[in-house]
Design a protein around this ligand. Structure first.
Ligand SMILES: NC(=O)c1ccc[n+]([C@@H]2O[C@H](COP(=O)([O-])OP(=O)(O)OC[C@H]3O[C@@H](n4cnc5c(N)ncnc54)[C@H](O)[C@@H]3O)[C@@H](O)[C@H]2O)c1
Length: 267
């Protein structure tokens, strides 16, 4: 998709961080933008700021882990702008800790947002993109943790590996419809991901949670979301399957790939 002007983007987790940066970048390209996010206050502010900058935008409160909620947000998007061309399944949360200490609630929350959120976006919006026949693009936000796994990010890695697999599958499925697919796999980005528990539903809560200090420190000095959004725009225009904004993560992936390749030749 090289001409984005006048087209419509639907961005989940669009009220802050990487999602908001993508929404701003799409608006700069002349796109209409739907921000779908669970966090009412941040959503209102993001919508107001974008409107003030002259963008055509609506904010829709939406819980991506809930099929009905995504369906209702999609209806609002179609009512407002008639069509959707670019779907960014970006909302995500990152509980951390050793796998043997994780709780069923941790799994339910993270799988619901990071995995089922992507599934719901695809189930509900891809048919709408196919329907208008003008082509489009799906951007799924995974993570570098979807390409290599490290200790304490087990649940997160499970969801992000799944998002990479889904994206690779979807690319082949949507090719005949002229709909591109990208999977975004950043390393650390300066966002509020370490405070993801701010949106954790009370029924899936396991008591008071502190922001993840290690992650807070890493994110504080990390890449600005705007840089990631620029890479997304380029990836959408070029039709890149993998959007990998952090070249310094290459060695880690290479080590994993080499270990797997070597295992094919073991007796
Ligand atoms: N920040 C990083 O270092 C980093 C690295 C790799 C991947 N990612 C991924 O980027 C994506 C965006 O995260 P971010 O870093 O911008 O963090 P963030 O916390 O700033 O933004 C996440 C957004 O998702 C929204 N959200 C959370 N639960 C939701 C739900 N159930 N329904 C709808 N919206 C919901 C939040 O309100 C928030 O606006 C996530 O998928 C994350 O896993 C982030």
């Amino acid at each position: 998709m090289d001409d984005l002007k006048g087209k419509v983007a639907f961005v989940t987790g669009g009220a802050s961080g990487i999602g908001l940066a993508m929404a701003e970048a799409f608006a700069e390209e002349g796109m209409k933008v739907v921000l779908a996010d669970i966090e009412a206050e941040a959503l209102k502010k993001a919508e107001g700021d974008l409107l003030a900058s002259g963008a055509e935008v609506i904010g829709v409160q939406c819980d991506v882990s809930d099929h009905g909620s995504v369906s209702a947000a999609a209806e609002r998007a179609i009512e407002a702008f008639g069509k959707v061309h670019i779907l960014c399944n970006n909302a995500g949360v990152a509980p951390a800790g050793p796998l043997d200490e994780t709780t069923p609630e941790d799994w339910k929350w993270c799988l619901g947002v990071n995995l089922m959120g992507v599934v719901h976006g695809i189930q509900i919006l891809v048919p709408r993109i196919k329907e208008h026949g003008e082509g489009g693009h799906v951007v799924n936000t995974a993570s570098i943790a979807g390409l290599m796994a490290l200790p304490t990010v087990g649940i997160y890695a499970a969801t992000k590996y799944a998002v990479v697999g889904i994206s690779e599958t979807l690319r082949g499925e949507l090719l005949p419809d002229g709909i591109g697919v990208s999977v975004l796999c950043p390393s650390f980005v300066k966002t509020r991901l370490h405070e993801g528990h701010r949106n954790r539903p009370s029924e899936l809560s396991v008591g008071p949670e502190e922001p993840n200090e290690f992650m807070a420190q890493m994110l504080a000095v990390a890449t600005e979301p705007k840089v990631i959004a620029e890479r997304v725009i380029r990836g959408v225009k070029r039709g890149d399957l993998y959007i990998l904004p952090h070249a310094d993560a290459k060695a880690g992936f290479e080590a994993r790939a080499n270990e797997i390749l070597a295992a094919f030749d073991l007796d």
